[in-house]
Design a protein around this ligand. Sequence first.
Ligand code: XIL
Length: 404
Amino acid sequence: MDMRRRSFLAAGAAGAAGAAGAATLLSGAGTAEAATKAPSRGPAGFLAEDAPLRELAAKIGLRIGSAIIPQDIDTPTWNAIAASQFDVYTPGNEMKWQVVEPEQGVFDWSGADNLVNFADANHALVRGHTLCWHNQLPNWLLAAVAAGDYTQTQLLDLLQQHIFTEVGRFRGRIWQWDVCNEFFLDANPSGIDPNNWWIVNAGPEVIPLAFRWAHEADPQALLFYNDYNIGGEDGTNAKSDAVYAYATQLLDDGIPINGIGNQGHLDTQYGWSPQLLRQDLERYVSLGLKVAITEADVRTFVNNATAQVPTDNLALFAHPFEYTEMLKAVLAVPEAISFTVWGFTDSDSWVPGTFAGEGYAAIYDVNQNPKQAYYSLQSELAVAAHGAPHRVQTYTPPITRPIS
Ligand code: XIL
């Protein structure tokens, strides 16, 4: 714990700016001494408001996560933030099929192993991401399927083998798995995209089968369906309706699904309803499922991809607001077990490389300084630590020794 705290301060994260005035608010100790010492705990055992996000959230059993890419682990100042602020990590890319099996039968687990070991070393959990997705598939697989080398059954066999191999390798070390990712149409009405690569080539049974295989390979891991625009982004709520109906069907059919992941990729140029997010989360929960925000970020138009200064001043207000409202919806729902950002710093965000002209999506800026969104989340968690409902209990994988 001390190590975490030290490296957190060394990284210049939330400590400096928030420290002076912060210690008094929750500790109730209004003395000058208390204000300058900025202890992480006040006399009554309350957490000071400048405590790391994970420490505040832990009070109510909520896990705060980030996508982690190798650079986050390899760069000491970034590593310090990842270790101190977050207690569940999602590999940004390192568990995707393209990365773990670049050539057929040739495996590269180095990135995935590093991530899992990093989590163990920091007493954090792992969200495995993702087993069955139409993107970032290995070239050998795409080429073979395009050439008509596999029947539907043979392709399903390959997926089964992939799931058994990957989920089996990390059995007992993954808290939540995103089993299937992004299968639904952005349309009204929505539904499973008939042109999805998996649906076209393997048939619609691929989804229930993937869940069954993942469950067989690691019966304790929580198995999630993960998607975007299913939590208040789409005013018609059509995509959420479709996912809700589909999850109902999976459960009726006895498929082992445990949760719905709402990615939470927001953009300040579009509308979004925090109330609808909460209703959508509650609706998935009404089925007996857990929910999680799995890839939160809030992008906006910026001057350039390096400095990432928003071009619209209102974005400076929308950005922390949308992050905080996402967190508030989570806090209100005890079955919402984790809140994960998709990369913690603008330096490692996928946004500038994916959305032309956009950036400023993360909670730390390009110099790894916390932005207003960081402080807003921190304040919300500090208050929640004394009032929000405790999360439902879930399976927690044991911390184990490093994978060699
Ligand atoms: C993104 C990664 O962040 C990028 O580095 C990669 O080039 C593309 O994929 N939804 C998901 C994530 O489920 O896996 C995606 O991650 C972002 C959108």
